[in-house]
Design a protein around this ligand. Structure first.
Ligand code: NIG
Ligand code: FE
Length: 387
């Protein structure tokens, strides 16, 4: 194994949980990477020798972004639906069916090529860990192949057969839930780590979501949930009651929802790209952080409600629109994402964690929000190597 000394780091975001500030900031720091891990973090003047040294020229270095929520396995796009929305139409869960039809008609190669392109796009913007869901197949075969495609790119794969009731089951949703919790789950299980459901008006109610999550848990999959995206509803409290690792969207929350999240420790994953792309009100990150809720930021990259792959954009939106400081937003998009995936090997640059990091062409993490829309990611390292 080769040890690399990263030096000339003007500002280092460590996310060291022992630090006094939200992101464990260090100035004039150095890092030693050994193999795929961080071996040493400290002041540049104290840096030990290594096999090779790389000087990053005073730039800011932060942990790679951990995008804990995306739907990259799909075909087609819905640009016209987006344009109609920007002309005044509102977002509805039913648009998912357009993408389901396109996805079913696509070949495995076409789906794989699309995921590869989107993962590369994410990587260029600093994402080093990504979760990918199924949910645009909605047959036993199409859900299993969607997950098999996703698995080529990440271990963090999520079975979302309960995304919406597909047209062929429109008159018998209960039969569709039986399919999801039975043969579809069985076919998905070998390719998935997580199970998810869209608990929302126009998708699945709390009883249906509970049935899916419980069947998934019995099959060895861990649960996460889409909830409270389009209005208040039972999803967040269901997630808290079941002790899920994360509940995602959380756009509309009652005080009881916030209390339930605080008490359960379930991570609230906020997806501000969705509010941007659906013209909905942004949730308040401030309210959640002040209540002591654990918060993550993720992209939700999908062709309907939010077709951005950019966590830098999400950080900027969280700062501008959701009451979060730049440090809190960066923490949520890195350490928060790791919490939302129950990962203790990513999301921080401290000894023992994976050497997944981003070098910004900027002196500080603040520039991610201060210079929105500017491609500031100068280099990305994964597992101790530049990619
Ligand atoms: O997370 N909320 C449900 N699913 C996606 C949207 C999917 C779509 O519109 O195609 C989401 O926003
Ligand atoms: Fe989603």
């Amino acid at each position: 194994m080769t040890a690399t000394l990263l030096t000339g780091i003007g500002e280092l975001v460590t996310n060291d949980p022992e630090a006094d500030d939200p992101v464990g900031l260090r100035r004039d720091a150095a890092l030693v990477l050994d193999g795929d891990r961080v071996a040493w973090v400290g002041a540049a003047v104290d840096a030990p020798a290594a096999d090779q040294a790389v000087d990053v020229g005073g730039r800011a270095v932060l942990p790679g972004f951990v995008d804990s929520h995306s739907h990259l396995v799909f075909a087609g796009d819905r640009a016209e639906e987006f344009a109609a929305r920007m002309a005044g139409q509102s977002y509805a869960a039913g648009g998912i069916r357009t993408t389901v039809a396109a996805t079913r008609a696509a070949t495995d190669e076409q789906l794989t090529a699309r995921v590869a392109a989107l993962v590369a796009e994410m990587r260029r913007q600093g994402t080093t860990t990504v979760e990918i869901k199924s949910g645009y197949g909605l047959t036993v075969h199409d859900e299993a192949r969607s997950l098999a495609v996703a698995r080529q790119f990440t271990e963090e794969t999520t079975f979302l057969g309960a995304h919406v009731v597909p047209p062929e089951h429109a008159d018998d949703p209960a039969a569709y839930v039986d399919l999801v919790t039975g043969p579809m789950l069985e076919a998905a299980r070998p390719h998935a780590r997580w199970v998810d459901a869209f608990c929302e008006r126009g998708a699945f109610d709390a009883d249906q979501a509970r049935a899916v999550l419980e069947a998934g848990a019995a099959a060895g999959l861990r649960g996460r949930l889409h909830a409270n995206q389009l209005g208040e509803g039972p999803g967040v409290q269901l997630a808290a009651e079941l002790g899920l690792v994360a509940v995602d969207h959380c756009t509309y929350l009652s005080d009881a929802d916030v209390a339930a999240l605080r008490d359960s420790g379930t991570v609230a994953t906020l997806l501000p790209g969705v509010e941007f792309s659906t013209r909905q009100p942004y949730p308040s990150g401030r309210r959640l952080l002040d209540a002591g809720v654990r918060v993550a930021l993720a992209s939700d990259c999908n062709p309907g409600s939010c077709y951005t792959s950019s966590l830098p954009l999400c950080v900027a939106l969280a700062v501008r629109e959701m009451g979060m400081t730049p440090a809190e937003a960066v923490h949520a998009a890195t350490y928060g994402g790791a919490l939302a995936l129950d990962r203790d090997d990513v999301g921080a640059l401290v000894p023992g964690r994976r050497a997944d990091l981003v070098v910004l062409d900027a002196p500080s993490h603040v520039h991610l929000a201060y210079r929105p829309g500017v491609p500031l990611v100068q280099a990305v390292w994964v597992g101790g190597r530049p990619v």
